[in-house]
Write a protein that binds this ligand. Structure first.
Ligand SMILES: Cc1cc2nc3c(=O)[nH]c(=O)nc-3n(C[C@H](O)[C@H](O)[C@H](O)COP(=O)(O)OP(=O)(O)OC[C@H]3O[C@@H](n4cnc5c(N)ncnc54)[C@H](O)[C@@H]3O)c2cc1C
Length: 394
């Protein structure tokens, strides 16, 4: 194999967004993945690009990522709907947080809705909400389409893909695989939660573990609009943008009292629409080696709560699965350069779809800056501190 400008390990959304950006810069790019096609976190999720809910100081990164998604969608034809998110307020504490957030961010980012408007928006006239909000800048993509279609478009553009090939070591531009070595001027490693096997020392330094999430796909009644995304009170307690509002602690107390089951499973109850139906989730459990079993009670709890908001009496479940993503107790983004030719990038929170293109820009910016201005340190951490990049977890 010949030498390439940039080798990317991992064909998830982070690797592919980086490949897209680098290809557009005119660089030769090769992507290597152990799988035969993208099957990691990037296809298991809601496809919800939740730019608005990220913290105030992550808004530049979020909006850069939004531009990236729009550019990629225009170039490749992948579906990226600017339909926003709807959040019904079922209680006073939820309404208060939404009102505070709308006042804080202004009408470009959050519009308050009356009870009838939010009921119409989510397609359930009997909703019983006391109000709600629309976040117009949030976007929807189809997680089952986006990464595979992006890979296929890049392949058509001349980006080389080496599938079914496991990378065993990366150092100084040499990528060792179970099929031999390849060489690149630069290497970007985006292995998601499999960082633990490829760079165990980086994973251990950041306390990387796997977050598992119970998900299901149900049939979508016609009355629920296509491109739909709904967050709920548990989302308001979880995303940093909302959680920074003064009313968030009262909201948390109220949730603990009213919905102890959801709080116990660390739920972010939300629903998004894809062509195959409605995606419903999710719970969060953390482990280095998670059990593979789906707890049916957790799945049923999430399903019951979501379908009761949507007014679906007899949901038809098509699929259930246990999603996995990388999590860290220390940071939301690992961005390190173990040597001058290698960048390791892992989103350690449930927001990699949202921020992928923004992070890709940062990866390529850091890499270009480092190769132009820095000597070759053996181990240099470019990881922003949690204070520099505060991102909300999905
Ligand atoms: C249920 C669920 C819901 C979520 N919802 C959302 C959401 O709505 N919005 C949002 O923004 N984010 C969401 N996320 C998070 C998001 O999916 C992830 O942050 C993102 O997909 C991570 O992308 P990635 O490219 O880093 O990882 P992955 O998609 O996991 O890709 C990593 C790739 O690296 C390859 N690889 C690993 N090791 C090697 C090796 N040694 N050799 C070769 N190849 C290797 C793997 O095969 C894989 O293809 C959710 C996640 C889950 C699981």
């Amino acid at each position: 194999m010949s030498k390439t400008d940039l080798i990317i390990v991992g064909s998830g959304i982070l690797g592919l967004a980086t490949a897209f950006r680098a290809h557009r810069q005119g660089r030769s790019v090769r992507v290597i993945d152990r799988s035969a096609r993208p099957v990691g976190s990037s296809i298991q999720n809601f496809g919800h690009a939740c730019f608005t809910g990220q913290a105030d100081d992550s808004q530049d990164l979020a909006m850069a990522s939004r531009d990236g998604w729009l550019e990629a969608a225009a170039a490749t034809g992948i579906w990226a709907a600017e339909t926003g998110s709807f959040i019904p307020a079922m209680t006073e504490p939820e309404l208060r947080v939404l009102q505070e957030f709308a006042d804080h961010r202004g009408p470009d980012q959050a519009t308050m809705l009356c009870a009838e408007e939010v009921a119409a928006a989510i397609g359930n006239p009997s909703l019983g909400a006391i109000g709600g909000a629309h976040l117009p800048l949030d976007m929807r993509v189809d997680p089952r389409e986006a990464a595979p279609a992006l890979a296929s478009w890049l392949a058509g553009e001349g980006v080389e893909f080496t599938w079914n090939t496991t990378v065993t070591e990366v150092a100084d531009g040499t990528v060792s695989t179970n099929r031999g070595d390849v060489h690149g001027e630069q290497v970007v490693v985006c292995p998601g939660y499999q960082l633990t096997s490829l760079f165990p020392e980086i994973a251990e330094a950041h306390g990387v573990r796997i977050c598992t999430l119970v998900m299901s796909l149900i049939e979508r009644p016609q009355r629920i609009p296509s491109g739909f995304a709904m967050l709920t009170g548990t989302s308001l307690a979880r995303y940093d943008g909302f959680a920074a509002m003064p009313g968030a602690s009262a909201l948390r107390e109220d949730l603990t009292e009213r919905e102890p089951g959801l709080v116990d499973v660390i739920a972010n109850l939300m629903v998004t629409d894809i062509p195959g139906g409605l995606l419903i989730g999710d719970s969060h459990a953390y482990d280095l080696s998670p059990e593979p079993f789906i707890d049916a009670r957790v799945g049923d709890l999430l399903l019951n709560r979501a379908t009761s908001i949507l007014g679906i009496d007899e949901p038809v479940v098509r699929q259930r699965w246990l999603g996995q993503y990388a999590d860290s107790t220390e940071t939301n983004l690992i961005l390190e350069r173990p040597d001058a030719r290698t960048t390791v990038a892992v989103v350690t929170s449930g927001i990699g779809m949202t921020l992928s293109f923004g992070i890709a820009d940062r990866i390529l910016g850091e890499e270009a800056g480092a190769s132009q201005t820095r000597p070759a340190p053996h181990s240099q951490s470019l990881a922003p501190t949690a204070d520099e990049v505060v991102m909300s977890d999905q």
